[in-house]
Structure formats: C-alpha cells, structure tokens
Design a protein around this ligand. Sequence first.
Ligand SMILES: [Zn+2]
Length: 283
Amino acid sequence: MRIFDPHIHMSSRTTDDYERMAAAGVRALVEPAFWLGQPRTNVGSFTDYFDSLVGWEPYRASQFGIRHHCTIALNPKEANDPRCRPVLDVLPRYLAKDGVVAVGEIGYDSMTPDEDAAFSAQLALAVANDLPALVHTPHRDKVRGTQRSLAVVKESGIDPGRVVIDHLNEVTVGLVKDSGCWMGFSIYPDTKMSPPRMVAILREYGPERILVNSAADWGKSDPLLTHATGAAMREAGFSDDDIDRVLWRNPVEFYGQSGRLDLSDMEDLAGTYAGNSILRGGD
Ligand SMILES: [Zn+2]
C-alpha cells in the first residue's frame, strides 16, 4: 500500500512517527500551515514557521524517505487577531516557493467578519498564484460553516476542482459533492471520523474526488489512520486499485494541479507517471 497523506501536521510529531509512517507505506505528504497551540503574537512568528515548513520539515521527512510538501496561509482561528493579520502581506513571497502546493488552511473557525475577509483575500491569492486551496470547515456548526464556505468559494471565481473542503462527515459530504469541490476527511482515533465510517462513505459516494488524511495535530491523533483506512477498505472488499486511488492517486491528482509536486524519482512511480510534467515539479 503506497500512501500520500494530504493533510498532516508533522511539526507536532516525533521522528518515531516518521519512522512508523514510512514503515506503513507513507511516501509523501502535505503539511498545511496552521496554529501553534499557543497563540502567535506577531508576524515574525509566522515567517519562522513558514520557513520551517519549506526548509527544516522537508529535510526531517527526507531522512525517512518521505517527500514533504506544504500549504501556506493565515489560519481561520488567528485571522481574528489584529496582531496576526499583517501576515497576509507576506504570503505572496511564500506562495512562490517550490514545495508550496496550495493556499491553506483557510476557511472558518467561528465565522466572524474578520474570518470572512481573510478567507476571500486568500482565495484571491490562490487564483493569482495559480494554486489549489485547502479549506478547513469549523468543528462547531459544521453544516452552516460548510454551506457558507461553499458560497465564498463560488463567489471567488476559483475553479471548484482546485478546492478541497476538509474535515467533512456524513452530514456535510453531500453538500460538497454537488459543488464540484474535492471532499476531504480527517480520520481520528475516537472523535469525528473513523476508518469504518470512512468506508461507509466511500461505499455510498465512490472514490472520486475524495481525499483521506490523518491530520495528526496537537490533539489526540494517529498518523497511521490513513493506513488503517486502507486496511478497512480491503476488509470491506474494495480492490487494491480503489485503495491506491484514494490513498495515492487522488492526492497526487489534486495537489499535482499546483505543478509543484516533487515525486520524480520515487521508484515505482517511474513507470506509471513518466512523461507527466506536472509530477516532475521544480521545472
Ligand atoms: Zn489541519
């Protein structure tokens, strides 16, 4: 099983996790920019973090044979802090870098006017920089948050095929399916979405435009839940091709739209993807 985790916060994980992930088949991942737990108090705190996402963390991942990419943004939670908002002005500098494959996580936390402003400004940055966008949906009031996110996405004029709406569940997946956006699911050990529930969703909606991630943030989480979902799919009778599509080819297709995925010399990709310039990246 080869795995591309499309949403995992490796900065909050140890090298033991990298080791276990590599052993479980994780070969590539995307680490979205998010909050640090402790609130940031100035823009320098963001730029040091962004530098780590494009520099240090890819190096750490490479020691375990894992290809690391990231997304860059002002996250919804911190969009409410006037000390943080000026980071919007430095984002274009980071969005131009190799290894940055989308604008994200953007979207809503508490659905405030400040979050509205940061969300639409960053969708405009995605369009201007020809990048996909990763949209986080709020944990509270999820249905309304998802509907409102879809309305803002539509209004921005970005191609819905270049947007993933993440942290979905049984109640919100249908809304996103109809919008043409990609559907993201974060699998957690005991809250939100579990591997068996994910399998039921895949049965109902099929594998198209679906991304499965293990999030692995500051809360209780498990970076091997992508693998556990693949195992649950196999047990439920999905083919190896379906599993490979959900856990590898879908994230490659979605983030490949950035033109910056660097999977070029990964052994068993050579045959399948030779000649696909998107996947050579960096050129
Ligand atoms: Zn996240």
